[in-house]
Design a protein around this ligand. Structure first.
Ligand code: ADP
Ligand code: ASP
Ligand code: MG
Length: 416
């Protein structure tokens, strides 16, 4: 008997029929003698609908209220799933994060899980129940409901698996595993049987939304055995086949993995770029520009400071597109005159494309191959950033898909 955490995403919970299928699958695992905790997302489109309603009422909605509203999607889907399980003849109970309790900090809309009480869940499991716990949410020390950021149910599930010391965390989604790149953008994308934790971390942080980055961080920190697999297969498929399907995140590199120099291509479509021109090149200038941006809770990604010329330099960085106007206004109103910058401009329509692979450590020429491929497609590179196992470029948004497909081909990711 094993303790398994299942996570089902929005598409997997997207209709009455799909929820019934989830219940059939969970029932199959329970009948095989396993203990199962299920973490569902809201039904597909529901979180967007709820956030849309909030913005319609108040475009500058208070983050606490946004969380109060957005968290309800998961409460509905959890209750529905518990009902479907009961209908399947499986004893089941659902809880919201605050009932468990899932403790988080108070950063509304991007809260972090601090701890999870396991008592109630273990008692239910030991009484033979399937336990359904809302994804995406928790409660802060003051009793406020918080949410974990978009895609946060992945993190709820892996954190739950870590807290319960579960044998495995199965992330059921609408694709049958982690691919070399998003199969919706590149039809030649290939499913990986395994991916190293480090590569998955890079892929997630560079924009592959198949797993939320914090879920991968939890998996790494607590060594949670995590597998990404499809929820759209026959729910009654044999358990031994299901247990081997999808993509396993591994913690060791094996020799076959080292053979692949590049294991995947990630992209972040909705980025924006801001340039502060003609700033005096003196100590503290980066802090004076980026400090106020950080204080406004805006994530800065790639940062480039040019070589100074006659004591002046240019400073460029990227932010999520949704924060572009806020960041630009902040710099123009509060920072520009203060630091004596000549001009501030930006481009709200850029994207980031990255190649990722642990094999890069032992191979040279990856960057030049990437740049040559993009130049052959006539794609201009606006910014470059590298680390030991990835190379990222910022390009005009309109070339993003072309870049992904061209790089996928150039690095022969379609071939095993
Ligand atoms: P869920 O609702 O189950 O959480 P998401 O939409 O958050 O599902 O994530 C699954 C989606 O991630 C897929 O439908 C796919 O389009 C996208 N995706 C992006 N990059 C990858 C990748 N490398 N491998 C697989 N899927 C990816
Ligand atoms: N329902 C939330 C979202 O849409 C969380 C999740 O699906 O993981 O972002
Ligand atoms: Mg998701």
């Amino acid at each position: 008997m094993a303790l398994i955490v299942h996570k089902y995403g929005g598409t997997s919970m997207g209709s009455v029929e799909r929820i019934q299928n989830v219940a059939k699958r969970v029932a199959k695992w329970m009948r095989a003698g396993h203990q199962v905790v299920v973490v569902p997302s809201a039904m597909s489109g529901e979180t967007n609908r709820l956030l849309g309603l909030a913005k319609d009422i108040n475009p500058d909605a208070n983050p606490r209220e946004l969380d109060q509203i957005a968290s309800t999607g998961e409460q509905v889907s959890s209750g529905l799933l518990a009902l479907a399980l009961l209908r399947e003849g499986i004893d089941a109970v659902s809880y919201a994060g605050w009932q468990v309790t899932v403790h988080t900090d108070s950063s509304f809309t991007k809260a972090r899980i601090k701890s999870i009480d396991d008592k109630k869940i273990l008692a239910d499991l030991n009484a033979g129940r399937a336990v359904v716990v809302t994804g995406f949410q928790g409660v802060d020390p003051h009793g406020n409901i918080t949410t974990l950021g978009r895609g946060g149910s992945d993190t709820s599930a892996v954190a739950m698996a870590a807290a319960l010391k579960a044998d495995e965390c199965l992330i059921y989604t609408d694709v049958d595993g982690v691919y070399t790149t998003d199969p919706r953008v590149c039809e030649d994308a290939r499913r990986l049987d395994k991916i190293t934790f480090e590569e998955m971390l890079e892929m997630a942080s560079l924009g592959s939304k198949v797993l939320q980055i914090r879920s991968v961080e939890f998996a790494g920190k607590y060594k949670v055995k995590t597998r990404v697999l499809s929820s759209l297969t026959d729910p009654l498929m044999p358990l031994d086949l299901e247990m081997k399907s999808g993509t396993l995140i591994t913690f060791e590199e094996d020799s076959t993995m080292e053979a692949a120099v590049i294991s995947g291509i990630a992209f972040a479509r909705d980025e924006a770029k801001i340039t502060v021109l003609g700033v005096p090149d003196r100590p503290g200038i980066a802090y004076q520009i980026l400090g106020p941006i950080a204080d406004a809770n805006i994530d800065v990604d790639i940062i480039i400071q040019n070589q100074s010329f006659e004591g002046k330099t240019d400073f460029t960085f990227t932010v999520p597109r949704a924060d572009y106007q806020k960041a630009l206004d902040l710099l123009k109103n509060n920072v520009q005159s203060h630091i004596g910058a000549k001009e501030i401009n930006g481009d709200p329509k850029v994207s980031k494309v990255s190649v990722v692979g642990v094999g890069m450590r032992s191979h040279v020429g990856i960057a030049s191959k990437m740049f040559r491929t993009l130049s052959e497609e006539g794609i201009n590179i606006l910014m470059i950033s590298t680390s030991e196992i990835k190379i990222s470029v910022v390009i005009d948004e309109k070339y993003m898909e072309l870049a992904v497909r061209a790089l996928h081909k150039a690095f022969e990711l379609d071939q095993k």
